[in-house]
Design a protein around this ligand. Structure first.
Ligand code: DGP
Length: 126
């Protein structure tokens, strides 16, 4: 079909990967980049992104050549969390997918929230 605006416009995370806009990188390997969220929701708020472009978990999981990317993404989170001692203290990982979850950047990313006691999450507050 016709390309949508989402396909044509480089996402902000591709610009970060390309070095075109700055980010506070905290972890990186061949497959995954982790950097601080610009609007932190906790004292530690990190975004983990695969270095190959997909829009969300479903596109990532449905491309047969992406299996290793899935593994690397979650291993990166586990390695980072362990290195920071967060596996002991506790932390949260979240991915917003699509409209009802309020996804705003259409490039697969996992949020990691930590560093303090976290609030409840889920249903919007009225
Ligand atoms: P989501 O709403 O789940 O799609 O998360 C997108 C996150 O990306 C949101 O928490 C804010 C963050 N973000 C948006 N623009 C930038 C940026 O230019 N730099 C950084 N570091 N984070 C950004």
């Amino acid at each position: 079909g016709l390309p949508s605006a989402k396909d044509e416009i480089m996402t902000i995370f591709e610009s970060i990967l390309a070095g075109k806009i700055p980010a506070k990188k905290v972890w990186e390997n061949e497959y995954v980049l982790a950097f601080e969220d610009i609007h932190p929701q906790a004292s530690i708020h990190i975004l983990f992104i695969p270095k190959t472009k997909t829009e969300n978990l479903h596109e990532l999981a449905s491309s047969s050549n992406q299996d290793q990317q899935l593994v690397h993404l979650f291993r990166a989170i586990a390695d980072y969390a362990q290195a920071q001692g967060l596996d002991k203290k506790g932390y949260r990982i979240v991915s917003n997918i699509g409209a009802q979850a309020g996804q705003s950047v259409f490039y697969t990313h996992i949020h990691l929230l930590a560093g303090e006691v976290l609030g409840a999450f889920g249903r919007a507050r009225s």
